[in-house]
Write a protein of this length. Structure first.
Length: 202
């Protein structure tokens, strides 16, 4: 049973790595072409997702504490990404350059197709291990962000400022900070963080 789970984790992590990296490339190119802070910020998150999927391959078959440490690292990356995105949104208030809504919508649509494939890949296995659960958080967040970006493209089409794009960038940051908190809660429930605290106090 353990070997079956390890094989499943490996197969899912490999596929997620390629899907996430493909989405990163699409979002990065889309951010450059559309001049959208929201889609460019999300491209960095997709790079982090691909990186953590690769690290997860190394963790498969190792003890739970190793997997939980990786989950905690990914949680902190969620947090850093969220804070950075919110700060970037504040920094860009008042700029007159508008994102290109057609480019933004096109690249977001391509990315959401990849994201749907990721969701189908991981949905049934999302609660089988802490690594798969944090990967599920990432897939779920990416789906929400892609939907928001499509809405963003529609709003910007009629806007006369970059204000909607910056507001949505801030909301994207909020989503990922929430995922950091969810990861911490799961690690507390598993006893990982409690064990660390006890060892420090011992």
């Amino acid at each position: 049973m353990i070997k079956i789970l390890q094989l499943k984790e490996k197969n899912i992590s490999v596929l997620l790595f390629f899907l996430n990296f493909s989405s990163f490339l699409i979002k990065f190119i889309g951010g450059l072409n559309s001049n959208s802070l929201a889609i460019m910020s999300h491209s960095y998150d997709m790079f982090i997702d691909a990186l953590v999927s690769g690290i997860s391959l190394w963790a498969i078959g190792r003890e739970n504490k190793t997997k939980e440490k990786i989950a905690l690292i990914k949680g902190f990356l969620f947090f850093l990404f969220g804070i950075t995105t919110i700060c970037s949104a504040f920094k860009n208030f008042g700029e007159s350059t508008l994102p290109n809504p057609t480019e933004l919508g096109f690249y977001s649509f391509l990315s959401i197709l990849i994201n749907i494939a990721s969701i189908f890949l991981i949905f049934r296995s999302r609660n089988e291990s802490i690594l798969l659960k944090t990967s599920w958080f990432a897939c779920r967040n990416d789906f929400l962000v892609n939907l928001i970006l499509l809405i963003d493209a529609g709003i910007i089409h009629k806007a006369v400022s970059n204000f909607p794009d910056l507001i949505i960038s801030g909301f994207i940051g909020y989503i990922f900070i929430s995922s950091f908190l969810e990861t911490v809660v799961d690690l507390v429930k598993s006893g990982f963080l409690n064990l660390n605290f006890r060892s420090k106090n011992a």
